[in-house]
Design a binder for this molecule. Structure first.
Ligand SMILES: [Zn+2]
Length: 412
């Protein structure tokens, strides 16, 4: 036997010893980005669970107690389009069936730091494993605050809050009362509330009591109302202090964009990085520079801006990265480069099903392919967009494009 042939059975037997990633046969199965993540997943999962258990001061769940499930966020094409509205990473179930659900799109689109997301979900999984049915009594702000804190995602959540257009006018007001229904904007608050416990020296005792199954008030060591008043004052002060002077300049950018004052937007975005290159807002400003150029009719400049912005490692994590794909597609359409535009729209549709502009991208992908002369595929995509989003503003144009040419009526 040749040496290579002798090695093969040995290699195969070694391979069988490695824990496999979750099974997956969806549209991204051959995507090298997904293959890379899948190969690393078992080791990431084991490390995340061990780390979460150590930080929570409890034994790690045994092998097999937490199952990874990999799905597609977008339904198969035959089912039409559907915007994804759930949590991009999710832990559910009770021991012995705790499930961590992952979606292929969010493992590859660059928006998420996957090991950090696994560290976050591992905190949920360990809490579920240890507390079992008692987990239901733990309020959501405690679950999320601990998960964000222990996964090291606090700064990122505060950045998200401070750069989000929704909270720009008064970011401290995003620190909402605990009695209100938990929403996506509350992770920064949850983190800061837990951070407050750490600052006053009560974090370790809180975690210990909580993981021993005690109620919230007992774990906090004071009435919840008293805690909330102090934590809220701390969180508001933190947000205000972190917003800083740069936030005012950033707010001027958001307002100029909202009011479609493109010349001012171009001026503000040019000035911003010069004066404040290393602030949390700098990662978003490149997007607004491109937007200003595009709406002022400077397509080539917009494309250059987008290219420079997307080359920065921070860009993919911003709330506007997916909208950057739409801007690039639009600039390329105006430059009469529909094939390249289609690539941008396709990426937006396939990899960002949770995007606010998902329906727009679905239409624009079809329009770009129609302009590129790929009639059959364009028809298929526009029909799918119409069936899924019939009330969208692009629907009229799509219906017109799909109408068969009216045969000329001969004159009598
Ligand atoms: Zn969570």
């Amino acid at each position: 036997m040749a040496p290579a042939a002798r090695l093969l059975p040995l290699l195969l037997s070694l391979f069988a010893l490695l824990p496999a990633g979750p099974p997956y046969a969806g549209p991204f199965k051959d995507d090298p980005r997904l293959k890379t993540v899948l190969a690393a997943l078992p080791a990431w999962k084991a490390a995340a669970l061990a780390d979460a258990a150590r930080r929570l001061g409890v034994p790690a769940p045994p092998e097999g107690a937490v199952t990874l499930v990999l799905r597609d966020a977008a339904p198969p094409p035959a089912g039409g389009y559907r915007m994804f509205e759930g949590a991009q990473f999710r832990t559910s179930g009770k021991p012995p069936k705790i499930v961590l659900t992952l979606y292929a799109e969010f493992l590859i689109n660059g928006r998420f730091d996957v090991p950090a997301e696994l560290a976050h979900e591992a905190v949920h999984a360990v809490m579920r494993h240890t507390l079992a049915t008692g987990h239901d009594r733990v309020p959501e702000w405690v679950r999320e605050g601990l998960a964000v804190h222990l996964a090291g995602q606090g700064e990122e959540r505060i950045d998200a809050l401070l750069t989000a257009p929704d909270h720009a006018e008064s970011p401290a007001d995003a620190i909402r009362p605990l009695a209100e229904r938990h929403g996506l904007a509350d992770y920064a608050r949850d983190f800061l509330f837990v951070e407050h416990l750490r600052r006053v020296g009560r974090f370790e005792a809180f975690v210990r009591e909580l993981m021993a199954g005690r109620g919230l008030e007992q774990a906090l060591g004071e009435p919840v109302d008293t805690f909330e008043t102090a934590a809220r004052a701390f969180a508001r002060a933190e947000i205000t202090a972190r917003a800083g002077e740069a936030h005012e300049a950033y707010r001027a950018i958001l307002r100029a964009s909202r009011d479609r004052r493109w010349e001012e937007l171009a001026q503000f975005t040019a000035e911003f990085p010069r004066d404040r290159p290393s602030t949390r807002y700098a990662a978003v400003v490149g997007y607004f520079a491109a937007k200003a150029a595009l709406f002022a009719g400077k397509e080539a400049e917009a494309l250059l801006s987008l290219e420079a912005w997307r080359a920065t490692p921070e860009a993919a994590r911003t709330w506007c990265f997916d909208d950057g794909l739409l801007l690039a597609g639009r600039a390329l359409m105006r430059e009469r480069r529909p094939d390249e535009a289609a690539v941008q729209f396709e990426r937006a549709v396939r990899e960002f099903p949770d995007s606010q502009g998902f329906d727009t991208a679905a239409y624009d992908w079809g329009f770009a392919l129609a302009a590129a002369g790929r009639k059959e595929r364009a028809t298929e995509l526009l029909q799918r967009a119409l069936a899924s989003f019939p009330a969208h503003k692009s629907a009229v144009r799509a219906r017109k494009l799909l109408q068969p040419a009216v045969p000329a009526v001969p004159h009598k």
